[in-house]
Design a protein around this ligand. Structure first.
Ligand code: FAD
Length: 401
């Protein structure tokens, strides 16, 4: 699919570029440039979301009736690409990409009216409470319980790896409402206010020494039944709906091309092992080009998915394939970046990568983010369904094993 071929798409790209040029302040661009994770600086991500919301562009993938833009799949891809190239801070996905679509697909009118505008405006900040200490890949074995008590549920249990729970004022959770049935048939999907008494949040510090994840404890937390999405014990269907939505829009190739181009730029600056520049080192550059070929192959697969989505089809197992390829190639790109920056990757400079910190740092700016990105990217093959589990899906759905 050639995204540049139609004049109306070229014109659309120009419109997006002009908007970004006019609205992305240096402060916001810095947040995008210094980001070392898919989760960008919260303050600046939310500030950017407010600007997008004002323009009506906060949720391009939502149906227009609920605040979406009405763009087709190509326009959405162009918008994402331009945001990437301009270093716009990325949106926080849990509300816009997970909970919102779920409420649109499975919520009541009352729930849609209340929650969706608050997600678009950024008034509510959501986190995702699925995983538990004993339930990750085997999510259906989750134990966090919801006991019925009149018009409420009483929640007891633990959620773990909850990204950005320390910023969130809302959490969408899968909870167990029936223990005496097939595990999938006793799960309910609940929306919970993080300020409810009985909720405690404790930090998990990542390899990169940055706090992104948390453990969330529920101790006799009272939640109105009106906060349930779908029927009691039908949470698995709601969760699968969310997953389907989540899988449809994921595109890795543009960000990978962008990151690999940064590696090439570093190679132009840094010295090679045998004199000259690293970009003249044939062995290093051969690996760069091998990764480039892999990214280009992935790009074609993602274009096939876009074409399928554009004609109303589901990506099916192709989504598992791109998740595996996208995350594993992203790890390779960060490995090349580490090699390219050499010893400058070694000092731990977490404070200096905070947007607005304006602190002195060791080495060139491009080296600042190399190690934290490398460390953070290790997790991409685990979250969102581990790559081993994705391979299992392909084995079943494609190979029929
Ligand atoms: C950075 C990060 C952010 C996260 N954010 C969130 C969040 O916001 N909300 C949330 O709910 N969860 C979150 N998670 C949790 C994530 O979804 C789980 O870590 C993931 O599902 C794997 O579960 P687990 O950690 O319990 O590992 P396990 O399921 O115990 O897996 C351990 C190992 O066994 C392998 N394995 C398991 N089952 C199979 C199988 N059937 N076939 C082959 N191999 C298998 C896995 O691939 C893995 O290598 C996050 C995780 C990380 C690392």
């Amino acid at each position: 699919m050639d995204l540049t071929i139609k004049p109306e798409y070229r014109q659309f790209r120009e419109e997006v570029r002009a908007f970004l040029e006019a609205n992305l302040t240096p402060d916001l661009r810095e947040a995008g440039r210094l980001a070392t994770s898919v989760f960008h600086d919260v303050e600046r991500s939310m500030a950017w979301q407010k600007i997008l919301h004002k323009k009506g562009w906060a949720a391009p993938h939502w149906p227009q009736a609920y605040g979406g833009t009405g763009w087709d799949v190509v326009q959405r891809a162009i918008f994402a690409e331009e945001c990437l190239m301009a270093n716009a801070p990325a949106g926080i996905p849990m509300g816009l990409h997970m909970c919102g679509p779920c409420i649109i697909g499975c919520g009541t009118q009352e729930q849609k009216d209340y929650y969706l505008p608050r997600i678009l405006s950024g008034e509510d900040f959501w986190c995702q409470g699925y995983s538990e200490p004993g339930a990750g890949s085997d999510l259906a074995s989750l134990q966090c319980s919801a006991e019925s008590d009149g018009d409420d549920y009483i929640i007891n249990g633990t959620k773990i790896w909850t990204t950005y729970a320390h910023y969130a004022n809302k959490i969408f959770c899968l909870v167990r409402t029936n223990k005496n049935c097939k595990p999938q048939e006793g799960i309910t999907f609940l929306l919970i206010d993080m300020n409810t008494p009985g909720i405690t949040v404790e930090p998990i510090i990542g390899l990169d020494m940055i706090r992104e994840q948390n453990t969330v404890f529920f101790d006799n937390v009272r939640v109105p039944k009106a906060n349930r999405i779908g029927a009691e014990n039908a949470g698995w269907t709601v969760a699968k709906y969310l997953l389907m939505f989540e899988r449809g829009g994921q595109e890795y190739a543009p960000a990978l091309h962008y990151a690999l181009n940064r590696v090439k730029e570093i190679a132009e600056q840094e010295a090679g092992s045998f004199g000259g520049k690293l970009s003249e080192d044939a062995a290093f550059m051969r690996r760069v080009h091998e990764v480039e070929i892999e990214i280009t192959a992935l790009e074609f697969t993602e274009n096939r998915i876009k074409a399928a989505l554009g004609s109303g089809q589901s990506p099916g197992a192709l989504a598992s394939m791109t998740k595996i390829l996208g995350t594993e190639i992203s790890q390779k790109v960060t490995e090349l970046a580490i090699e390219a920056v050499g010893v400058y990757g070694l000092p731990l400079q977490v404070d200096a990568i905070q947007p607005g910190a304006n602190l002195p740092f060791v080495g060139p700016e491009y080296a600042l983010t190399a190690m934290p990105r490398y460390l953070n990217t290790r997790a991409t093959t685990i979250y969102g369904g581990s790559n081993e589990v994705q391979r299992g899906i392909i084995a079943k759905m494609v190979l029929g094993l």
